[in-house]
Design a protein. Sequence first.
Length: 327
Amino acid sequence: MSNLKLFILACLAGMLAAGALLSASCSGATAYRPSGLPERIAFASDRDKAVHIYTIKPDGMDIQSTSSDNRTSDSFPAWSPDGTKIAFSSNQSGKYEIWTMNSDGSGRSRLTDLKSLSSMPRWSPDSSKIAFISQVTAGGGLKYVEIFTMNPDGSGLEQITDSTTLAGREANAGERGYWNSVPAWSPDGSKILFGSNRDGDGITPVLYTMNPDGSDQSKLGLFSSIDGSQPDWSPATGKIVFVRGSAAKVDIWVMDGQSPFPLLTAKKLTDNIDNNSSPVWSPDGRQIAFNCNANSNNDIYIMNADGSNVRPLTYEKANDGYPAWRP
């Protein structure tokens, strides 16, 4: 299978796991630059035949590749809080495992050896943990997507969700199995926010939170559930950006993560004919980078936190996806 096909499959898998099966003002935001390093956005692209991770300035200038090895595919980048390292998913070892590297692509190090599709790493705010997802095959051949955590050197691996405990609900999961996807840490690191299809029809995702050890898994907010996935929680403003929609159309929404009734604050930011996905906050909470397929392929776009001033960051005859903003 070609690297281009692998990339497209990875994009589709990410969309399925994040909710494709399925304006808030930040004027009070203050600058949040914990790393003190120049702003860059990392993303995955198949523009050089293989899928590699690139970094670029928010103005679209100075694009740099982190790899020239066309034998491997790298995707799903995530910056460390100090801005010096990138965690990512790579098939360099034969299966997609979680790796880290320096921001220039040097010092590659494999962290996992699960021999399954592992992706979407996210660092905890204090750099002590990396959360990620990996596929688990349970009894009866059902495949589940579960959330794991580990130390930044790969030690201390723990599976913190277990869909096999959802006894008697396999009928909803069908052949798909349940999935828990795109873990996002709260600003203080006390909670992990994620989407899961464990509720209702087994297809539409709902947002859940849990403690970093997997305990206290509950729906976000009080009294009502919020359908959506692909969340990102802004350390600067406490707002949550996420995707919401159906198999035909996915849009980007924002809500107040500090409210006990976040659904009441939810507002849709994108309202076009295209699919918009994988939103992430800028460090100061004033902008959002995201995927959009407006040009019949995936490009990276940026917009203000209220949905205004939408503009493309990349414009290539290639698939660019999964942006990550350096802290």
